[in-house]
Design a protein around this ligand. Structure first.
Ligand code: SF4
Length: 372
């Protein structure tokens, strides 16, 4: 089902590893006015009512809650939808409304305001529970602040919290990594996302990253979490509906500087990542995917998920384009499982999923090469 994404590209400072479109500035009033206009202008382009809403960034929690509420209200009006936990109305129900927050922004007033505007899922960037690592990443909070923020959100009534962690960076020991994972688990979140910090690997680093990925899988599985995507784990029933829709190529509309949109078939479009340009003429671009690009995208997105890619979702021509011998060779090597009309990468091979996926692309037939 379709989703809506709103981008808030403002941050209090820049983290060392970040490559999202976000700027250290606070002139958000004209930006929000431009957002409201874009929402009104483009609402009619979605033919089916949206079911999820996601405020991401940047740092949405940096903005005054009243401004976030204005954007949420504009979404309700333009799309005739009702937000979760808001008084019933005649509109279609948004079942999942997520807002990204940073721990240093979370105070009782913000948590209460998010609840009041209908937010029913909060995603918090914690990244590490070691203060020295947080300083190195140039995060603006401590581990204790992240724990206090969780408690504040729980007191406000949130029963769907997601925590982000980062692993694989230079100098992260297995023991330190497990401390972060265990402190995250102690907060009893419903969802955990873990991302590998990208960079050049020195000798032996790849093996350490893989080990930390496996340690994570084992720890979270033992704690009752189900892995449902390369980087995402949830307690039963708490997988992110919004993000899951991206991986199954559902349509979505993205609002704001740098936001992308997709029609659910082959047209992708975007706003230029530039706050000033967005507030001015809102420039952007679009592309129409070729048959080959559509198939590559289905493979790339579907094989990220633990469930895998449904063969029934492929056309006859797309199924014919998959090289049968490559699939068989990858299956024999234990890199792929083809069963029940799905192709999937086994969990123990997800760490090298990029390479496996590249092998399945039409025209690529060298499954025996090295894994990176
Ligand atoms: S808070 Fe998030 S978006 Fe902002 S700089 Fe840090 S990682 Fe990037």
């Amino acid at each position: 089902m379709p989703g809506l994404y709103v981008h808030f590209p403002f941050c209090a400072s820049k983290c060392s590893y970040c490559d999202f479109y976000a700027r250290v500035r606070r002139d958000w009033n004209p930006y929000v006015e431009a957002l409201l206009q874009e929402i009104r202008d483009r609402a009619a382009t979605l033919s089916v009512p949206p079911t999820t809403l996601y405020f991401g960034g940047g740092t949405p929690s940096l903005l005054p809650p009243a401004l976030l509420a204005r954007v949420a209200d504009a979404i309700c009006d333009a799309f005739c939808v009702t937000l979760p936990s808001c008084p019933a109305s005649t509109g279609h129900l948004i079942t999942e409304f997520t807002v990204e927050v940073n721990p240093d922004d979370v105070r009782p007033a913000l948590a209460d305001a998010l609840r009041a505007m209908g937010v029913n899922r909060v995603s918090m960037g914690v990244q590490s529970f070691h203060d020295a690592q947080l300083r190195w990443m140039r995060r603006r909070h401590t581990a204790a602040q992240a724990e206090a923020a969780c408690a504040t959100l729980r007191r406000a009534g949130f029963d769907n919290l997601s925590l982000d962690l980062i692993f694989g960076f230079v100098g992260l020991s297995d023991a330190d990594w497990l401390v972060s994972v265990d402190r995250a688990l102690a907060l009893q979140p419903e969802h955990i996302s873990c991302y590998q910090m990208m960079g050049r690997w020195a000798d032996g680093e790849e093996e350490r990253c893989r080990r930390q990925y496996v340690l994570l899988q084992e720890r979270l599985s033992a704690a009752g979490f189900e892995q449902y995507e390369i980087s995402n784990y949830a307690r039963p029933g708490f997988a992110s509906r919004h993000n899951s829709a991206y991986w199954s190529r559902e349509p979505y509309l993205g609002f704001g500087a740098g936001a992308h949109s997709f029609d659910g078939d082959r047209r992708r479009s975007w706003n230029t990542p530039d706050i000033d340009a967005y507030v001015g003429k809102r420039p952007g671009g679009s592309e129409t995917l070729s048959d080959r690009e559509v198939l590559e995208e289905k493979l790339m997105l579907g094989l990220r998920t633990v469930r895998g890619l449904s063969l029934a979702s492929l056309s006859d021509a797309e199924r014919a384009a998959l090289k049968k011998t490559t699939l068989e060779e990858l299956s024999r090597a234990g890199k792929l499982v083809v069963s029940d009309n799905y192709i999937r990468i086994p969990k123990e091979e997800l760490f090298v999923s990029d390479w496996i996926i590249s092998q399945v692309f039409p025209g690529n037939s060298e499954p025996g090469r090295s894994s990176r």
